[in-house]
Write a protein that binds this ligand. Structure first.
Ligand SMILES: Cc1cc2nc3c(=O)[nH]c(=O)nc-3n(C[C@H](O)[C@H](O)[C@H](O)COP(=O)(O)OP(=O)(O)OC[C@H]3O[C@@H](n4cnc5c(N)ncnc54)[C@H](O)[C@@H]3O)c2cc1C
Ligand code: FES
Length: 282
């Protein structure tokens, strides 16, 4: 792995492109950024599932999943939901503006260990952002995996992220996409209902399969229940948690779920690690 120096030092990056994934009050905007310092560009490396602190000078920083895969070289992508002070300031930035990026932080999905297996991602809303690097990584290394199935849903069709990418991915050999929205809309050709119900409708076999889920805690709770009904073993199920953080280095106790610290032990966890930690899905 490349040596990228101190991960606590912020680097400036220029936004080269932005677009809105969704509209509304809590809209989601994607930023494509390139580090200003060629040495940082060259030395940066991250793994699927890791995150970074991205910031607006004079305002603050937020922990955000790196939504691009290491296979997408030369830039990073972040998809940010407008939530409060920092994310609102981030949303005001456009192509040509600067942001700060420090990291990468956290553990990652063990995509190397999963070689030879079928990969099943189950996402809801902005929860697809940390799953996207897995999708892109597996698509770029399809010969190493036995298939990729994506289940993804949101409240309405306007709330689905990465819509064009799902349409493109569905054309690739070995890839299956299943989309859902919560309530029927005229002309919607896919499933109507909640993501856990779509999972049961698709009914994937657990054989040689790894399931990774991310979304609102209530969705994760029911997805986990349904994966168990489909006979997935605890070790075949992974998720990533996004508890509120302050210090980011295991000191303040803000991010804990039971005995686990999301900043220090995660954000990626197997269900085997979380099943006796009810606070994880509260
Ligand atoms: C590992 C991880 C990955 C994340 N990935 C994404 C992502 O890809 N896209 C995205 O839109 N959001 C993501 N979040 C949530 C994002 O960090 C918060 O929405 C953001 O920090 C809110 O900041 P704010 O100043 O706009 O809101 P405010 O509500 O004003 O936040 C005040 C402070 O509270 C903390 N905070 C608030 N909400 C959260 C939260 N949900 N999670 C963690 N800290 C929070 C932050 O420290 C923030 O500085 C992630 C969080 C974590 C922990
Ligand atoms: S954010 Fe402080 S302990 Fe995790």
């Amino acid at each position: 792995m490349k040596n990228q120096g101190n991960p606590y030092i912020p680097h400036t990056a220029t936004i080269v492109d932005t677009w809105y994934e969704t509209g509304g009050e809590r809209c989601i905007k994607t930023f494509k950024v390139v580090f200003d310092d060629p040495a940082v560009r060259e030395s940066w490396s991250h793994r699927p599932g890791q995150c970074a602190m991205i910031g607006v000078l004079g305002v603050g920083e937020s922990m955000i999943s790196i939504s691009s895969s290491p296979t997408e070289e030369g830039y990073l992508r972040f998809s940010v939901m407008k939530a409060g002070k920092v994310t609102t300031a981030l949303h005001q930035l456009e192509a040509g503006d600067k942001m700060t990026v420090r990291g990468p932080y956290g553990n990652s999905f063990p995509v190397e260990e999963w070689k030879g297996k079928k990969i099943l991602t189950i996402g809801g809303g902005i929860g697809q952002a940390p799953l996207r690097p897995i999708v892109e990584y597996v698509k770029a290394n399809m010969k190493d995996y036995a298939g990729l199935t994506m289940i993804y849903g949101a409240r309405t069709s306007g709330d689905l992220c990465f819509k064009n990418e799902f349409a493109e991915a569905a054309k690739c050999e070995g890839v299956c996409c299943h989309l859902s929205i919560d309530v029927a809309e005229e002309g919607w050709p896919h499933y109507v209902g909640f993501v856990p119900s779509l999972l049961m409708e698709v009914s994937p076999s657990p054989e040689n399969t790894i399931a990774i889920t991310c979304g609102p805690p209530i969705m994760i709770r029911f997805v986990l229940e349904n994966l168990k009904k489909l006979n997935f073993a605890d070790e075949q199920i992974y998720t990533t948690l996004e508890n509120r953080m302050k210090c980011g280095i295991g000191k303040c106790g803000r991010c804990n779920a039971g005995h686990l610290y999301v900043c220090k032990d995660g954000p990626v966890f197997s269900y085997a690690q979380l099943k006796n930690v009810p606070e994880a899905f509260a």
